[in-house]
Design a protein around this ligand. Structure first.
Ligand code: ATP
Length: 239
C-alpha cells in the first residue's frame, strides 16, 4: 500500500437516541490497504460502517475521504465516489435472479457497455454466479449469496469497500474462499475495510487492524502483531 491516507476518522461520536455507541473513534485507512475492525457483538462495528455510508448520524468528529469532508456528503455521493458498503446478513433480493441482483449494483449507471463489461468481469471472478445467473437469489447457498452481494458491490466500482461480517455463519471452507476473494480484490487495487467477529481470519488477512470494545478503539497495529497480542488472543481468539 502507498502511504496516502484515503479515509481519516478523528474523534467520531455516534449515538442511538441518548445512548452513545461510538466514543471518539480514531482510525485511518490508507490507499491499497486491507484494514480490519474486530470486536465482540455489540461493540459498535456496524454502527461505524453505517456512519461511513451516511446511514447513521455522526454527532461529533471529523471524517475525511480523499482530503474532503465526508460528513457533508449524502449517501449517494459517497457511493458515486466509490465508498461501497456490503451490509451484514447477505441481503440479496431473494425473488430476483442472480443476474438482476448484479444489475441492481449498477442501477445508477444505466445499462451501457461499461456495465456489460463489469458484469462480464464479475462473472469471470465468480463462475458459480454465471452458472446460476437465471436462478432466484433466494435459492443460493450462504456462500453463494455472499459472493453475490460482493459481486453486486463490484458493479458499483468500489474504491473503498466496506465489508460487514462477510464470513458470518459460513462453513470453514467457504470462509477460506471468501477471505481469498477479499485478498484478490485488494490486489486488484480496491482498498478494504473489513468488520469481523472472526478476528483470527480477519487479522491474518489484513495489513492493519483495530480492536473495538464498547465503542472505543482499545488496540491498533499490524494484523500479524495483533494476532500475537496477548490481550487479543485472550479476548478474541480463545487462546
Ligand atoms: P454486531 O456484530 O452484532 O453487528 P456490532 O459491533 O456491529 O455488533 P452494532 O451493531 O454497531 O455492534 O451495535 C452497537 C450497539 O448499538 C449495541 O449495543 C446495539 O444494541 C446498539 N444498537 C444497534 N443498532 C441500534 C438501533 N437501531 N437502535 C438502538 N440501539 C442500537
Amino acid at each position: 500500500p502507498d502511504r496516502h491516507e484515503m479515509l481519516t476518522i478523528q474523534g467520531l461520536v455516534s449515538s442511538y437516541g441518548r445512548i452513545q455507541v461510538l466514543h471518539e473513534v480514531d482510525l485511518t485507512i490508507r490507499r491499497g490497504e486491507i484494514v480490519s475492525l474486530v470486536g465482540a457483538n455489540g461493540a459498535g462495528k456496524s454502527t461505524l460502517l453505517m456512519a461511513l455510508s451516511g446511514l447513521q448520524p455522526v454527532d461529533a468528529g471529523r471524517v475525511t475521504y480523499e482530503g474532503e469532508d465526508l460528513r457533508r456528503w449524502p449517501s449517494h455521493r459517497r457511493v458515486a465516489q466509490g465508498i461501497i458498503q456490503v451490509p451484514e446478513g447477505r441481503q440479496v433480493f431473494r425473488d430476483m435472479t442472480v443476474h438482476d441482483n448484479l444489475l441492481m449494483g449498477a442501477y445508477t449507471r444505466g445499462r451501457g457497455q461499461e456495465v456489460e463489461q463489469d458484469l462480464e468481469r464479475v462473472y469471470g471472478r465468480f463462475p458459480i454466479l454465471r452458472q446460476k445467473q437465471r436462478q432466484l437469489a433466494g435459492m443460493l447457498s450462504g456462500g453463494q449469496q455472499q459472493m453475490l452481494v460482493m459481486g453486486r458491490a463490484l458493479m458499483a466500482r468500489p474504491r473503498l469497500l466496506l465489508l460487514d461480517e462477510p464470513s458470518m455463519g459460513l462453513a470453514p471452507l467457504v470462509v477460506e474462499e471468501i477471505f481469498d476473494i477479499i485478498r484478490e480484490l485488494n490486489q486488484e487495487g480496491i482498498t478494504i475495510f473489513l468488520v469481523e467477529q472472526n478476528a483470527s481470519q480477519a487479522l491474518a488477512a489484513s495489513h492493519r487492524g483495530y480492536v473495538l470494545e464498547a465503542g472505543r478503539v482499545v488496540l491498533e497495529g499490524r494484523g500479524e502483531d495483533l494476532l500475537e497480542n496477548e490481550q487479543v488472543r485472550a479476548a478474541y481468539l480463545g487462546i
